[in-house]
Design a binder for this molecule. Structure first.
Ligand code: EAX
Length: 321
């Protein structure tokens, strides 16, 4: 089904590419009303306005075109035009990006946004552009928290033996095995069913994703561990971008900026309202977490990045005010 759909979209693109008007497809793993959905709508609306209707687009939500790793591959082969994705699977394509996935690195949203909007963010976008992808702008998923169906998690000992779905990300897997869980990497579109069927006991995601995906239907406990900041990114297909004029490319970068602003505003809103929403839907929210013992164990995962690239980037990120 996935492949038939991708084929269909590719065929549509081939027809419309010859016309003056290009219809684009933008994929997201979450729903149309999620923070990415809001960002995707802002992207397409801004692009349509700037281009006077020459570029229009539609959103392929909820992993219809596959998981985030599949969609990134789709950009590289040109079966998909645009993706808003977490950085989760991106390190598999551009290992330098793992620097952003290190647990307990960013102090707060301000620190993360300043880093991504500054020279470090620019440098990493340039690295992405060297790997058959176009990084238009860093966006946001949010600080991630652990949810599960078994018991309240307050300490690393409470993670012991929990089968916990992680993203397909070496840093995250390493961090969770050090913290005591049994990490099971899995693409996001498979996650809800895996939780429902008890294939895994828990998962970790920001409030944005927990609420958009209604994880309260399959998870009782949420612990506000905030163990890692989860960047997102607006990515474009190099095959699409290479065929554009400089002016047109500029519109895509402008649209990405508008998308990031809309997504961050939605993250802010959900950070304020999300906990109440989770409680209203029956989740037990554990807020009094001592993060120090988690951080101490999780730090071992830094080696996934630093063994290859050293500690300089980590120190530069820590130094961002
Ligand atoms: O990007 O895979 C994940 O857990 C991501 O956080 C989610 O799909 C949003």
């Amino acid at each position: 089904m996935k492949h038939i759909l991708t084929g269909l979209f590719a065929a549509t693109l081939m027809v419309t590419a010859a016309d003056a008007q290009q219809k684009l497809v933008l994929g997201i793993a979450t729903t149309t009303t999620s923070h990415y959905g809001v960002g995707a709508q802002a992207f397409l609306k801004t692009l349509e306005e700037l281009s006077d209707g020459a570029f229009t687009g539609e959103i392929a939500p909820s992993g219809q075109l596959g998981g985030e790793r599949d969609m990134i591959e789709g950009l590289q082969i040109g079966s998909l035009d645009l993706v808003i994705t977490s950085s989760g699977p991106l390190g598999n394509f551009v290992p330098e990006v793992y620097a952003l996935d290190l647990p307990f690195l960013f102090r707060d949203y301000e620190h993360a946004r300043a880093t991504l909007d500054g020279e470090i963010g620019e440098e990493l976008l340039a690295k992405i552009d060297e790997n058959q992808l176009v990084g238009l702008a860093w966006s946001e998923n949010g600080f991630r928290h652990v949810t599960n169906s078994q018991h309240a998690v307050r300490t690393p000992a409470d993670l012991d033996g929990l089968k916990l779905r992680t993203m397909e990300n070496q840093v995250h897997m390493q961090a969770f095995s050090r913290m005591g869980a049994a990490p099971t990497p899995m693409a996001f579109p498979e996650l809800f069913a895996a939780l429902q069927q008890g294939v895994v006991d828990g998962q970790e995601n920001p409030v944005t994703v927990i609420t958009a995906s209604k994880f309260w239907e399959v998870q009782k406990y949420v612990s506000l561990t905030g163990h890692v900041y989860s960047p997102a990114i607006v990515l474009a297909s190099p095959i699409l971008m290479d065929g554009l004029s400089e002016e047109e490319r500029g519109w895509f970068y402008e649209a990405a900026k508008a998308s990031v602003a809309a997504t961050r505003a939605e993250v802010n809103r959900l950070e304020e309202t999300g906990v109440a929403l989770m409680r209203e839907n029956g989740m037990e929210v554990i807020t009094d977490i001592d993060k120090a013992p988690f951080a101490e164990l999780a730090k071992a995962s830094y080696a996934v990045y630093t063994d290859q690239y050293g500690t300089e980037m980590v120190e530069r990120i820590q130094a961002v005010k």
